[in-house]
Design a protein. Sequence first.
Length: 966
Amino acid sequence: MRGQLSLLLVLLPRWTLTAHGLLPAGLKEPLALPFPPRGAWLLCFLLAALSLPCAAPPPPAVFRVGVLGPWACDPIFAKARPRAAAHLAVRRINTDPSLRLGTTFDYVILEEDCNTSMALNGFLGLYTRATALVGPVNSGYCDTASLIAKSWNKAMFSWACVNYELDSTKRHPTFARTVPSPIQVLLALAHHFRWANMAIIASADDVWTDTASKVADALRSNGIPVRTVLSTGNHPSSIRHTLAKIRKMHEIRMVILCMHSVLIGGDTQRLLLETAVDMHLADGSLVFVPYDTILYSLPYRGVKYPPLHKNSKLRRAYDAVLTVTMESVDNSFQQAFEEAVRSNELPVNTQPHQVSPLFGTIYSSILFIANAMQNVRDSKAWLSGTSLARHSKNMAFYGFSQHVRTNHSGHSFLDYVVLDTDGLTWELWPTHQVDLEADMVRFLGRPIHFPGGAQPKEDSNCWFTRGLLCSRGVDPFLLLTGFASTLLSILLCIAFSYCIRRRISQIRLLRGPDKILLTLNDVTFINPSLSNKKFSFSKTSTSNKRESDADQSMTSPSTISSLPPATYENSNVVIFEGDWAWLKKLPSGNFGAINPQTSDIFQLMKDLRHENINLFLGFFFDCGVFAIVTEFCSRGSLYDLLRDPDVKLDWMFKSSLLLDLIKGMKYLHHRNVCHGRLKSTNCVVDGRFVLKVTDHGVNEVLEAQKYPCEESKAEDLLWTAPEILRGPWPGRGGYREGDVYSLSIIMQEVVLRKPPFSMLNLTAEEIIQRVKKPPPLCRPIVTPDHAPIECIQLIKQCWNEQPDKRPAFDEIFDQFKSINKGRRTNIIDSMLRMLEQYSSNLEELIRERTEELEIEKQKTEKLLTQMLPPSVAEALKIGGTVEPEYFDIASLYFSDIVGFTTISANSEPIEVVDLLNDLYTLFDAIIGNHDVYKVETIGDAYMAVFFDVSFRKMAHGLPMEEIALE
């Protein structure tokens, strides 16, 4: 509602009271406009809206700051009295006349779980509880919390977050630091004393272990070698075990303690320092630096800390501790706290030594937000989490007990002081001042008292100089030489191993039982016309031969001997290791030598073993012939089987073949092999009617040998996926989704027993063009009359135009098995069904062929009796020989057509043929009634003979006379 009112105020112009009435400012008299007055008023409103500047919305009535920390689960954090600190800061902000915020500040104390994951979970519920956040204390989830606050557009101001990425205003626009990063302080200390090698010990609480991890990452990103990050429990044995690890690392100079300081009640730090004395680690070889004191202002002038005052062992241990804390210039923390108590701003019964100095950090952080909000108001910007963080620049104000200032980048600057003891008294003395703004450490006149009289050894300057490579005291030249020698040795070993491996691979290609490269010495070529016939050999040889096609007749030895000899030029069938094999000849090309990549492909193909994958036997490489050698399958290709009318295929037979194909392709894809040439001509069927996939790996071999790409015939591309057809070389492309498309076309072939796309009545070229350039989508037509509807749906899924929507072969396998509705489809059952079906078909085929043979026999005998005398014909039918007969007397009949030449000249050729055919058919019928033998018809002449010895000589010509008269 407030935003709507602001927009309305912006649209209203400024008005002036004149004699003509209420007019916009600057107008003396009404304008004469050519349109109705209502339009004029609307135009005035729009012009006034454009002329007025946009004003920022007013701030909220109450600006509530959420103070987030583990106040309930950690008693030492609770000693910071966050409620009292927030109450004091809010009270002073609301009564400070220099802060004209236009709103009332308020606060809410938000609890943070000591477990990081639970703390992050609780952070997600803070959206409605506060306008801005101070915290969190746990640095482990600062990055995530900042991103969440960014999505809320709420400012998050923290003193504990470490990660440098939080300083990116682009990624974390709502985040700001209320104190300098503790990493800057540690780096300044390390640079000044030349202590680079560090270790970090954290207590077992999530707050400190996650903080230690972030501190280590930040130091390492600045080139400081943090050797180890350890966590320890609050038990002497655990602490001793941790310090034992530190003692083994002789290069460590500084140990950062991520835990509560012993000066404010940290019991873990007390046990650790006392154990360090017992283990002689506080003898000056190490310096211990408490981390948490960097986050607040620890009072030291005239302050008596009971842990040091009452514990002599701790005093000796603290001689090896350098305490870094915020410097209080005008008033110490105690003095500022006592002043607030005297002014009744804090409870009277609260003593400074009962409160953790973190109280002042919380107070200053809330004041930090108020000053940033004042900058937002002065700049007349919209108040948001982003603007609040962005306007936290160029500020200067007095916090609880120290001056706080930020530069033009929003980075905070405070003065820090290094405190030391002499190991004998309980007092803390300032020895150095850390000036982050000047990036230097100033000596304050009192030297540090190190145990043993000497500080820990300095590390090499290379750790603190950009561009230098540290070698830990080793001569860089020797280090570089050793590195180069080691690298050279490794390279030589790799090269030597590679050469040995290639040599072994070449030997395996040419020799041994698993050799791959074959020559004429390894194979024997068989005449190709024999590969389609059955042979009758001896029992021993028959057991080693494969059956040929069942529809071919027997070949006699005389026929075999008459065939031309088989050579590599005219045959693709060989005998290899006593068995028949098939040669897939490759086109002539770059096969002068087998390169290593091709050898690897051959080895991969050799390792492919599956009942539905045609076994790769080797590569024929001789006489200019280059061919892939595979098992010979006697049934031929699936393409041939589907077009054989003598083979009856029911649905179970078809589904068995398709399931074999799917299992074979599934195996190939599981072995990361894509076929790329899948078609029915590349699926072969063996004597047991098991389908096997072949021709896999051919594309890879051609690519490895840099074969030139040749344009494929349109008929060979009918199985190719459309996205591959659109490529430059469709015949060479291949990937998983393309194989799935090819499967769908083969399924159409099997279901319909027709060639691909045969129902469309288009040429192959036209089909390819339509498949390449839809719409309309060009696919085969399969009706439910030929296969189950589930199978047709699967086919359509497989030839989907979008490759990513085609199912994988695992899914295809599962769907296809469900099509059989629970019936078993294993290879044994399928084989038995196929053999039973084949035997039934074979019996019917034999019966049909026998009937055809009987009819042809009768026709042959009839023709034989017409051409030869009956006695001769009968003798020849029984396979006997015909003895010549002598007749003393014989009668001849000879007739000729009168005027045949004239008739032929005046008639069409077909008319002459019809005339002779009708005439001689009539003659044949006449002589059939007489015991006369027809000799021959030549042109228009007809000749017959009669030689029956039973007739008397005088009556011998009577049959001929009767024939002539008829």
